[in-house]
Each structure stands twice: as structure tokens, then as C-alpha cells.
Write a protein that binds this ligand. Structure first.
Ligand code: HSE
Length: 335
């Protein structure tokens, strides 16, 4: 499978390392022979129709800060590359942007029109245009997979869609943002909001634009993806009622503790779609601490089930890309 990789940040580099270390197993176990034929970052690009040398690519990126130094005469990346080289799958890993979803949205739509299957770990295009992207994928007869957008390496979407298939999920609620969960957990351990935020920043948890975590945009984007994919709704970001954690203070934290609950940023689908701080009983399986994510699905016949795991991280999210790639391979080999 020939792959174009959009973006070469932490997740894409972890994916390249994962491919490099699993080459033989991917072929024997899944018949999968992935070749990255094009990659670009914000400063340059590299292409090779017979497959780029991944170790060289990683060391060039480390040394020069861009893949553009991989070869002489680096061509323009972005939509130009998608139009100019032959590939089967586009993997979109550029940063999520909830204003206009660019540049990821243009990469995905150009690739779909060119007949490429899509794997996106970029949440922006899905948060702002999920219903129309699904239509475009179906019109162009391509597959779109995005399991890393919710829960990182924890297969939340797959669990709800496939493991619970045949069931009717009636509602769900979850902690979908690890950074705010880390901050709120530390506030329950006695830290002020400011100290907890500074600590989270030092550990590299907080997004470059802190508003995405603190004001609930990241959790809202994940809720949009779940609502569309799991509940069959046709919604985008403006449909979410959104409150972040900036107003959670010591008084709210202490009151929660008096009632044997903890304050969590909860994304819920129960009639309406909402992201807001809520009090969760400390003995509820959903009440996880630190950077963990957790989500409880309530189904018509099998009751409430909770899935817990790490929701972010380079290697975790890279593993979700591989999962999607294997899934696409299986789907297309059926025809
Ligand atoms: N900022 C996100 C989080 C990263 O804290 O969960 C993963 O989407």
C-alpha cells in the first residue's frame, strides 16, 4: 500500500518507527506491505515512488527540523503532492484546527477526489465537516478511518461500533480530554488551578493553544465524532453546548468532595450533546484520574459498560493508525 503522510510531527514519526519495526510481521500476519511514497511538513517534502527510507527520513527530520532535506529538489507538499504522485492511502496528521479545519480539510478532500482512502488523526476536519466528508467518501468510493481521534490508542470508536454491534446505544458519557482530567485530578489533591495548569504544561500535556483543552474544544470535537459515528447523528461543533474548566474553583472542588464525588470534564450524549464540568461519584468506574480517558456506553439490553485507557501520546496514536491501515487492507481485499 502506497501512503502519503501529511505532517511529520510526534505521531507521524512514531508511526514511521512502528512501520520500521514491524515490517516482517505486517506482511506475514496481514499481507500488508506499506510504503510511504510521499511525506510533507510545514517546511518541505520528500517523495520516492518505491518507498522512502524511514530511518533516513527520521534522522533528516531530527537534524534539520524538516523532511525537505531528505533529497535535492524537494517538491511542494500539500495538495500539490496529492495531485502529483500515485498513492492508495492518505494519512492526515497535521494539527487540529477548529476555525476552518485547514490545511487538513483540503488534504482530505483532494485525496478523496483522487480516489485515496483516508486515515485521519486530525480532529479538525471531522469536527467541522463530518457529515459532508462521509458523503464525499461514499461518492468517491473510498474508506475513511479515524480511530485515533477519540481515545488515542484506546479503541473507543471500534468498541462502540463493532463490539456493541446489534445493540442500541441509548446514551454515553465520558472523560475524553486527558489534560483537563490531569488538572482536575490535581485540584482534588489540593493544587490550585494555576499550579495544576503550570505542572501539566511542564509535562508537555497541554496543547500549543491551551484553549483547546481548557475551554473544552478538544473534548467537543471528540463528542462530535462519537455522535456521528456511533449514534448516526449529523452534527458539527456548533451543535455542542460547551463549558470548559476555567471556572472550576476550590469551592466547587470541596463541595464535590463532601458529596463523595469528583469534578470531571464530561462529554455527554443523553438527549442533547454537551461538554461541561460535572460531579461524578468516586466509586463510578468512569471516575478515573490523571491523564486517563474513560467512557461509559449505556445500551438497551446490555446495560452500562465502561472502557478506560490512555487517550493521547505519540506511540499510542501511531498504533491507532496502524489499526486503521490493517482495517482498510481487510476491507479492500474483500472486493
Ligand atoms: N489534548 C488532548 C488531551 C490530546 O489532553 O486529551 C489528545 O487528543
Amino acid at each position: 500500500m502506497r501512503i502519503i503522510l501529511c505532517g511529520f510531527g510526534v505521531v507521524a514519526q512514531s508511526f514511521a518507527k512502528l512501520l520500521e519495526s514491524r515490517t516482517a510481521e505486517l506482511y506475514t500476519k496481514y499481507g500488508l506491505k506499506p510504503r510511504i511514497v510521499g511525506v510533507f511538513d510545514s517546511k518541505g517534502s520528500a517523495t520516492d515512488s518505491s518507498g522512502l527510507n524511514l530511518n533516513k527520513l527520521l534522522s533528516v527530520k531530527k537534524k534539520y527540523g524538516t523532511v525537505g532535506n531528505y533529497q535535492k529538489n524537494s517538491e511542494k507538499g500539500g495538495v500539490n503532492m496529492i495531485h502529483s504522485i500515485d498513492a492508495d492511502v492518505l494519512i492526515e496528521t497535521t494539527a487540529s484546527n477548529y476555525k476552518d479545519a485547514e490545511p487538513g480539510l483540503s488534504h482530505i478532500t483532494a485525496a478523496m477526489k483522487a480516489g485515496l482512502h483516508i486515515i485521519s488523526v486530525n480532529k479538525g476536519p471531522l469536527a467541522l465537516a463530518f457529515p459532508s466528508l462521509m458523503e464525499l467518501a461514499s461518492y468517491n468510493q473510498v474508506l475513511m478511518r479515524f480511530s485515533g481521534t477519540v481515545g488515542g490508542g484506546t479503541p473507543i470508536l471500534d468498541y462502540a461500533k463493532n463490539s456493541l454491534s446489534g445493540e442500541r446505544i441509548v446514551s454515553f458519557q465520558g472523560i475524553l480530554n486527558g489534560t483537563t482530567n490531569y488538572i482536575l485530578s490535581n485540584m482534588h489533591s489540593g493544587m490550585s488551578f494555576e499550579t495544576a495548569l503550570t505542572d501539566a504544561k511542564k509535562r508537555g500535556y497541554v496543547e500549543a493553544d491551551e484553549s483547546l483543552d481548557l475551554d473544552g474544544l478538544d473534548a467537543a470535537a471528540k463528542l462530535v465524532i462519537l455522535a456521528n459515528w456511533i449514534m448516526g447523528m449529523k452534527v458539527t461543533m456548533p451543535d455542542i453546548k460547551l463549558t470548559g474548566i476555567r471556572k472550576v474553583n476550590d469551592e466547587i472542588i470541596k463541595n464535590a468532595e463532601k458529596n463523595a464525588t469528583a469534578t470531571k470534564l464530561i462529554a455527554s450524549c443523553n438527549g442533547g450533546l454537551e461538554v461541561s464540568p460535572k460531579q461524578i461519584p468516586i466509586n463510578d468506574p468512569l471516575c478515573v484520574n490523571g491523564t486517563l480517558n474513560a467512557i461509559s456506553f449505556t445500551s438497551e439490553h446490555s446495560g452500562t459498560q465502561t472502557i478506560i485507557g490512555r487517550g493521547a501520546g505519540g506511540t499510542e496514536t501511531a498504533s491507532s493508525i496502524l489499526r486503521d491501515l490493517i482495517d482498510i487492507r481487510k476491507e479492500i481485499s474483500r472486493f
